[in-house]
Design a protein around this ligand. Structure first.
Ligand code: 5GP
Length: 217
């Protein structure tokens, strides 16, 4: 066995990892996802489509593509969304084409979506998908964090707490789980998950080409 010399195959043939990060609202998954993206600009950011209204500071094409329900449903019907779901009575979905392109080009993608989305992505992209669930340290702490967002009413907080319980009940469907007690440690752990996912043997088609095993000795 001999490694092929002088080839760029290592760079060219790795397919991207699709890291799906899920968590109840307020557990810090967006902050963790943003930190991973900031540390590695080659990571592709998938921008979801949503039918909800923008929150203060949210921008079209940066945080979400904001669309009305009719347009959203049309996109889903046309097969333009890799997965979509209704969360809190609003539609959310992942545009298919940019994501496929990124993975094929060897770029890792981080999806910051809910457990339903994770299930669908895992079905659609079983080889590429790696699931990471972010748990809050406790329900009390989660509620405290949810109250820190002044854009949400009491009613909304109560409904988000209930949704949080529902979301958390799916954490065991994920490949990895971490507790976001201290943000920097959580970020480091999430980065370790991404690194491990990149190195998973079944994704090393680049190495299989460089190091073909003709025969075990
Ligand atoms: P928010 O309205 O707070 O931005 O998001 C509400 C929930 O929708 C979060 O749990 C978020 O992860 C989820 N979400 C955002 N984008 C998508 C998406 O493209 N697909 C799915 N399934 N869920 C999403």
């Amino acid at each position: 066995m001999r490694a092929q010399q002088g080839t760029k195959m290592h760079e060219q043939s790795r397919r991207g990892v699709c890291l799906v990060i899920s968590a109840p609202s307020g557990a810090g998954k967006s902050t963790i996802a943003q930190a991973l993206r900031a540390a590695d600009p080659t990571i592709f950011t998938s921008i979801s489509v949503t039918t909800r209204q923008p929150r203060p500071g949210e921008e079209e094409g940066v945080h979400y593509y904001f669309r009305d329900l009719a347009t959203f449903r049309q996109m889903a019907q046309n097969g333009e969304l890799l997965e979509w779901a209704e969360v809190f009575g609003r539609g959310y979905g992942t545009p298919k084409a940019p994501m496929e392109e990124a993975l094929a080009a060897g770029r890792d993608v981080i999806l910051d979506i809910d457990w339903q989305g994770h299930r669908l992505i895992r079905e659609a992209l079983p080889e590429d998908c790696v699931g990471l669930f972010v748990l809050p340290p406790s329900l009390e702490e989660l509620e405290k964090r949810l109250r820190g967002r002044d854009s949400d009413s009491e009613e909304e907080i109560a409904s988000r707490m209930q949704a949080a319980m529902g979301e958390i009940s799916h954490w065991q469907e994920f490949d990895y789980a971490l507790v976001n007690d201290e943000l920097q440690s959580a970020i480091n752990e999430a980065r370790a998950v991404l690194t491990a996912a990149r190195l998973a043997r079944h994704r090393r088609k680049d190495l299989a080409a460089l190091w073909p095993v003709e025969q075990s000795v």
